[in-house]
Design a protein around this ligand. Structure first.
Ligand code: ATP
Ligand code: MG
Length: 891
């Protein structure tokens, strides 16, 4: 069975069991403060388990792109070394939201594995939760009783809390789970050691393939558990492991999921993949794995960068490059060459990659070029360090140094170790780990925040109703609130059943405003809303903490929620302008322009998009002209809500890659022939409200991504006024010339001419000075020997360059000259020392040392070559003393 068939059978099977098949959410998690990447199938359904929304169906199944490289699930360091953990993998899953429970979940899992996929029954093991006294949760008898008749008691394993009790986080839904493991060893091996003994023992051919989670409890902040009113099923099966089992392979990398990519790596490196444990094999697995994670993350809208999720992607990419570089001699960009194979392989499952194939390949190539350069620089630096350590007779590179190379050069510790080993040195691994830990702790401290339990005040049926498209205020009920501690101190998060507050998303910032609290029609208080954010589908008002806030919130029987309309108005102007801008950019630069990020606030707008070269001034001017033209056309907003996604696409709406859209979307149109976008943001009723659009900047964000910044309405007006004020002031300063630019040009030409004159005069002065000094040269004869000539003088010169020039000119005129010149240049003392070869050799003098010694007199320091050195200082009153000392030294 091919991997394509395996995936299709899974979805068909659950479709036949009345499951709705949904698309995978993007790899990059949005609106979930606890997650950077989707790391399991259930991540996109969290709200349904928490009761914050209604699922599209009570039974759902899909294949989800997962990434386990940060946070709670981090498999990165195992990848490549073992054969069944990936960074990115597909998780096949089926869900019941308050519908079927253990009985069906278990029966169907068994049916699918043994009847559809025909996995041998005697090679399957299952685990059930053994219970935990401390937590007061019992043995999962129900699951045991269901499994026993189908697998037999001797194939059941009792699992502890770590393996068989699943929790969403510190708080929230949780419950026992049953894992299904498969034994893929040969008959001889099985005869020798029973599979049961190898379950959960990290054996590469006895692996977990499927985890069935039965959510039946809710964990509270104090650690206690309470039963969930509606029980859910959440299952996750590793697609690549399943393919290994069905295709009878010993490693995920031997399946057709990876073989195409591995073939290309073999071709590029000229090395054969042996599926073993050598470092070339490890490197090939690392590369075959990482290219998937990086390509799909970029296709989902992420770009490698120096912060957050972008940095994680950059690190994964670099890890692969480094393995290729160190073990496969791949010293030219190679990852980029793997993209087409991957794009083709997944074209019908995850078409987003194929659709952006060239963009993804280019971003990766540029990253590779930059990192290979870094590796070059790092290698040079490392050579230096090793050289120094060896001369000092040391054998170990200090941990601090390894960390520094890693942190500032991006030069990986294991590569440092490898190179050090080749030169007979080792690295202080413990010291490095310590430095790394310290850094981690520092960043953890920065990010630390903690949340208390939600205090429930009212039921929420379905989800929070957002009324802010139509009205700036609303009466509402408080659903729940909780306190959070973060860097800002204590804040309170408040959830209302309906709200006019727009929660930050799609680049648009969250609304601010007030919540007026009422009890029996009396106003009992007013709270300030500092920001509004989304957690999945929940709209959360971030409220300033005040004394007695618990009493206020619990006593209030209604809330009048009012947003800051002026701020919202400006933000809406900027958002609508962003749409006009997007369309104009595609007009002027081409349809390859795809949005990669945006900021829409009351003050300004920022728009990031894919484009490979600088946007020229002419192009910017043209884009600005079009946007302003569209503003003046005063195009009416056409807002359509709840449009079926297929209809929206037929309308030609621009959808963003990496954005999760539901079945029904909102479509924002400003002229169906100009700008049609899927968008949840707020907009002006007609483009005329934007008033004016002005660019304030253009630049590069990262490879292949440009950023433009602009202001609109009052902000743009202010910008223009400020610029005009500068022009007026200049005109006034220049005595109101007819042509301002010409006047400034004339001034600059005049200045250049004057400068030339000044230089000529100074030169002349220095020549005169030189002639005067030549007369003061004295001969020093030592014991009748050849001797040398000496000149020690205080001079007046305009700058340090002139002093140096003077010294060289004198040297050219006088044989064997030993020279000390001192000058006060605009209040700063300067010294120059020149020595003849004779003194350097016979008296073992060095101009650098001499000048350092003399500079003490002027509270300064300096240096240079053995025959010429200079020094600067801060105390001119010591100049004469310095010269006197110089005379003596050169005697
Ligand atoms: P393991 O103990 O093998 O790391 P897990 O307990 O972390 O697995 P779950 O979180 O239960 O796994 O995920 C469900 C399924 O996803 C697993 O049964 C496995 O088949 C698959 N899976 C988990 N992590 C990975 C990974 N890093 N690469 C590939 N498949 C994975
Ligand atoms: Mg794991």
């Amino acid at each position: 069975m091919t991997s394509h068939e395996i995936r299709r059978h899974f979805l068909d099977f659950f479709r036949s069991k009345e499951h709705l098949i949904v698309p995978s959410a993007p790899l990059v998690a949005k609106n979930d403060p606890t997650l950077m990447f989707n790391n399991s199938g259930m991540a996109q359904f969290k709200d349904f388990f928490l009761g914050n929304g209604t699922p599209p169906s009570k039974r759902v199944a899909d294949t989800q792109k997962c990434l386990r490289v940060s946070g709670k699930h981090n498999d990165l360091e195992d990848v490549g070394f073992d054969t069944y953990h990936h960074t990115m993998f597909e998780m096949l899953g089926n869900w019941s939201f308050g519908d079927y429970f253990k009985k069906e979940a278990i029966a169907w899992a068994w049916e699918l594995l043994t009847e559809v996929y025909k996995l041998p029954k005697d090679r399957l093991y299952v685990s059930v939760f053994q219970g935990d006294e401390k937590d007061n949760v019992p043995f999962d008898q129900e699951a045991f009783d269901l499994w026993k008749p189908i697998v037999g008691e001797d194939r059941i394993i009792y699992g502890n809390k770590k393996d068989n009790f699943w929790e969403m986080g510190d708080t929230g839904p949780c419950g026992p789970c049953s894992e299904i493991h498969v034994d893929l060893r040969s008959a001889e091996e099985v005869a020798e050691t029973p599979g049961k003994e190898l379950v959960n023992a990290d054996h590469p051919q006895v692996v977990e393939i499927w985890n069935l989670v039965f959510m039946q409890f809710n964990r509270k902040a104090d650690g206690s558990l309470e039963p969930l009113p509606a029980r859910h099923v959440d299952t996750g099966m590793g697609f690549e492991r399943l393919c290994m089992a069905i295709q009878g392979k010993k490693s995920n990398y031997d399946t057709d999921v990876f073989s195409g990519t591995i073939n290309v790596i073999e071709e590029l490196s000229g090395i054969k993949y042996e599926a073993g444990k050598s470092m070339t094999d490890v490197a090939m697995r690392v590369i075959a794995d990482h290219i998937r994670a990086v390509s799909f993350a970029i296709a989902d809208g992420l770009v490698p960068s120096n912060a957050k999720a972008g940095y994680v992607i950059r690190r994964i990419l670099r890890r692969a490059i480094r393995y290729g570089y160190s073990y496969l001699n791949l010293t030219e960009p190679f990852m980029t060459k793997l993209v087409p194979t991957l794009a083709m392989q997944f074209a019908d499952v995850f078409p987003e990659l194929n659709a952006q194939r060239d963009f993804v390949a280019t971003v990766i190539r540029e990253e590779e070029i930059a990192f290979l350069r870094t590796l070059g620089t790092g290698l040079g630096r490392l050579d230096q360090i090793i050289g120094q350590l060896t001369t000092e007779g040391k054998q170990e590179i200090p941990g601090e140094t390894v960390f520094e190379l890693n942190d500032t050069f991006g030069f990986p510790a294991d590569l440092t170790a490898l190179i050090a080993r080749e030169k007979g040195l080792s690295i202080d691994e413990a010291g490095f780990q310590k430095a790394l830990q310290e850094q981690k702790q520092r960043s953890r401290k920065d990010a630390q925040s903690s949340a208390g339990d939600w205090i429930d005040l009212a039921e929420l049926d379905d989800k929070v109703e957002f009324v802010g498209y139509d009205q700036p205020e609303a009466y509402a009920q408080i659903v729940k609130y909780r306190k959070i501690q973060n860097k800002q101190g204590t804040q309170v998060q408040v959830v209302l059943d309906k709200t006019p507050f727009y929660a930050e998303s799609g680049g648009q910032i969250g609304d601010t405003g007030t919540l007026e609290l009422f009890s029996n029609s009396d106003q009992i208080g007013t709270l300030t809303v500092l920001d509004t954010k989304k957690e999945n589908d929940l709209i959360i008002h971030i409220v300033q903490n005040v004394d007695g806030i618990d009493d206020l919130l619990t006593e209030a029987d209604s809330v009048y929620a009012v947003i800051n309309t002026a701020r919202r108005g400006l933000t809406s102007s900027n958002h609508s302008a962003t749409h006009l801008l997007h369309a104009a950019l595609r007009d002027v630069l081409g349809t390859h322009v795809a949005q990669k990020g945006s900021y829409v606030g009351p003050d300004a707008l920022r728009f990031d998009f894919s484009h490979f070269s600088k946007v020229t001034d002419e192009q910017l001017a043209e884009v600005e002209r079009i946007v302003n033209e569209k503003i003046r056309e005063d195009i009416k907003l056409d807002e359509k809500r709840n449009v079926p996604i297929a209809d929206a696409k037929n309308m030609g709406a621009t959808a963003l890659f990496g954005e999760k859209y539901g079945d029904f979307v909102r479509v924002i149109t400003f002229d169906p022939n100009y700008s049609v976008e899927l968008c949840g943001g707020t907009h002006v009723p007609a483009t005329g409200h934007i008033g004016l659009f002005k660019f304030t900047g253009e630049g590069s964000v990262s490879t292949g991504v440009r950023r433009v910044e602009a202001k609109t309405s009052a902000g743009a007006e202010q910008l223009v006024n400020e610029q005009m004020a500068v022009v007026s002031e200049l005109k006034e300063l220049l005595k109101a010339p007819k042509d301002l630019v010409k006047a400034v040009q004339a001034l600059m030409e005049e200045r250049t001419a004057l400068q030339k004159q000044v230089e000529a005069l100074q030169n002349e002065k220095v020549q005169q000075l030189k002639n005067q000094l030549l007369e003061k040269v004295e001969a020093v004869n030592r014991n009748g020997g050849p001797g040398h000539t000496r000149l020690v003088e205080r001079v007046e010169v305009p700058n340090a360059d002139a002093l140096k020039q003077l010294a060289y000119d004198l040297k050219a005129k006088v044989d064997n000259l030993a020279l000390v010149l001192g000058a006060d240049i605009n209040g700063k003392p300067q010294l120059a020392v020149m020595l003849p070869d004779s003194l350097i050799q016979t008296k073992n003098l060095n101009a650098g040392q001499v000048v350092k010694e003399l500079a003490k007199n002027i509270k300064g320091g300096g240096g240079g070559q053995p025959f010429f050195a200079t020094a600067g200082g801060s105390d001119s009153s010591g100049l004469d003393a310095a010269l006197a000392q110089g005379k003596e030294l050169l005697g």
